[in-house]
Design a protein around this ligand. Structure first.
Ligand SMILES: Nc1ncnc2c1ncn2[C@@H]1O[C@H](COP(=O)(O)OP(=O)(O)O)[C@@H](O)[C@H]1O
Ligand SMILES: [Mg+2]
Length: 479
């Protein structure tokens, strides 16, 4: 069976790894914007073929589909989904693991996602306002005076969210100017005719986690929880990145999220899949994720949705699935997920991204370096390696400016974290490499934080006021 995989990062390497591991002998073809060495080895071993081109171009993908004539499509990243690449596969009559353009709007437009949650009364929704101009948004922030999260209303390459706490204390003249500058910057990130530019939400606080759910349009299967470590540096400081690592487990949970919270989160994502169907009249096929926060307001609360696997969350989850995940992908795409069963390794996993110095501030500084990796030694030490932003140029491996590798180990969290650190010794480059050694460690801190939040939201639950904000006024007020 021929599979055409679209995408170029570590997440797609993890998907290719699952397909290769399947006893179904998938022949793997790939289409990326550069040659990812990890995907390339899998393509070669399975006698497939590698194509390089624009993964967001429906025309290019259509040509490749006609050339390869695949039996199955698998789409990794969100951008091709936003451009309707899954629809191209379906138009050609090929089952595909990937949301249609209309369904992927749940991720593409944060404004649409919030509107949907309110329209269908999905729990875990936050109050929000959308704005078409920077001036209106700025006026709202100043009048409201409370804590808010300011975001581009639609996807703008993942970055740009600004969380502003305690606004009144914030508003000295200098800070006010700085705030207005960020509103302007955020407002300029997303420009789509007829759509709002900025969304402002009430600010919440608590530990974050992600639940991925597979959906074939009829059946859904939830995957183990994962947590993404977004900040560039140790202990959660520094600029936000695409994710410097992630953890998953043990079992289906994380040490700071309990089973009931897992089930509530699953219900939220299922309700979202149903609401999407009611709105766009298309079944959700592929994977959808709730990027969640455990808050005092609601307990499980939606921060945003993904219409694909999170990266690096996928690298933490996929290697923990003991059942044939390649086949599960196929069953999802073909509408037979009711035949699928997922068995998960009960131990935890830790993923660390390794990036060249400069990431995420200066892509240029992080690009163009030679990197070498002793894969055998890493495997001997119990790690799995997924290639990210590295391209194969002849026999050389060259960094492309983002997270170069994701290294995964399975075990107890602390033990797995140390295992990964050891494996990182087998990576070298002609520049400094950075990674976070704290991933999977100090988990007690998060457990304590969750306990405090849990105490408050359960109190609200008892009083029947989940989701009700203190300054809520149904017929007026600023929100
Ligand atoms: N309403 C909110 N309250 C508090 N923090 C938030 C809120 N919305 C987002 N954040 C923080 O900002 C981060 C990025 O926001 P998100 O909506 O996930 O945008 P993106 O990942 O597209 O940049 C979140 O992971 C969370 O830490
Ligand atoms: Mg996010």
């Amino acid at each position: 069976m021929k599979v055409l995989l679209i995408g170029d990062g570590a997440r797609e390497n993890a998907l290719a790894y699952a397909l290769e591991k399947s006893p179904n002998n998938y022949r793997i073809y790939a289409m990326s914007s550069y040659i990812n060495p990890g995907i390339n080895s899998i393509v070669k071993r399975s006698n497939g073929e590698y194509f390089v081109g624009d993964i967001n171009s429906s025309d290019t993908i259509e040509n490749i589909i006609r050339k390869v004539n695949p039996d199955l499509g698998v789409i990794g990243p969100e951008e091709p989904l936003f451009h309707g690449v899954a629809d191209v596969f379906r138009k050609e009559g090929i089952p595909v693991f990937g949301a249609s353009r209309k369904c992927a709007k749940i991720e593409e437009s944060k404004a649409w996602a919030r509107e949907l949650m309110w329209k269908y009364s999905i729990p875990g929704r936050l109050r929000y306002r959308t704005f078409y101009t920077i001036e209106e948004a700025a006026k709202f922030i100043l009048e409201y005076g409370g804590s808010v999260a300011i975001k581009p209303a639609g996807q703008a390459g993942g970055k740009g969210v600004k969380v502003v706490a305690d606004l009144e204390a914030y508003l000295t003249q200098d800070k006010r100017e700085a705030l207005m500058k960020s509103v302007k910057d955020i407002g300029n990130l997303y420009n789509k005719e007829g759509e709002p530019k900025i969304i402002i939400e009430e600010k919440v606080d608590g530990p974050e986690y992600t639940l991925h759910v597979l959906s074939d349009g009829k059946t859904t299967i939830p995957l183990p929880l994962a947590q993404d470590y977004k900040n560039a540096y140790q202990d959660g400081i520094g600029p936000e990145t695409g994710g410097m690592g992630s953890i998953s487990g043990p079992h289906n949970l994380l040490p700071f999220i309990n089973e009931e919270e897992y089930n509530i989160t699953y219900d939220i994502v299922k309700a979202t899949i149903e609401a999407i169907y009611k709105e766009v009249r298309e079944s959700y096929v592929g994977v959808i994720a709730g990027q969640m926060m455990l808050t005092e307001l609601w307990g499980p609360t939606v921060i945003e949705y993904y219409s694909r696997f999170g990266d690096p969350e996928a690298s933490a989850i996929i290697p923990r699935i003991n059942s044939d995940f390649g086949e599960i992908i196929e069953l999802t795409a073909t509408g037979h997920l009711n035949k699928g069963k997922i068995e998960v390794n009960e131990r935890a996993s830790v993923v660390k991204a390794v990036a060249p110095l400069g990431y995420p501030i200066s892509r240029q500084m992080a690009s163009g370096h030679r990197i070498s990796i002793d894969l055998d030694k890493m495997r001997e030490n119990g790690c799995i390696v997924f290639f990210g932003s590295i391209s194969m140029e002849g026999m050389q491996l060259i960094t492309k400016g983002s997270r170069a590798l994701e290294i995964v180990a399975i075990g107890e969290l602390e033990e797995a974290s140390e295992k990964v650190d050891k494996c990182i010794n087998y990576v070298s480059a002609d520049t400094k490499l950075v990674y976070r050694s704290d991933i999977g460690k100090n988990i007690n801190y998060q457990i304590e934080k969750a306990e405090i939040v849990r105490y408050s939201y359960m109190n609200r639950q008892r009083k029947g006021i989940l989701g009700v904000s203190a300054d809520w006024s149904p017929n007026g007020g600023l929100w």
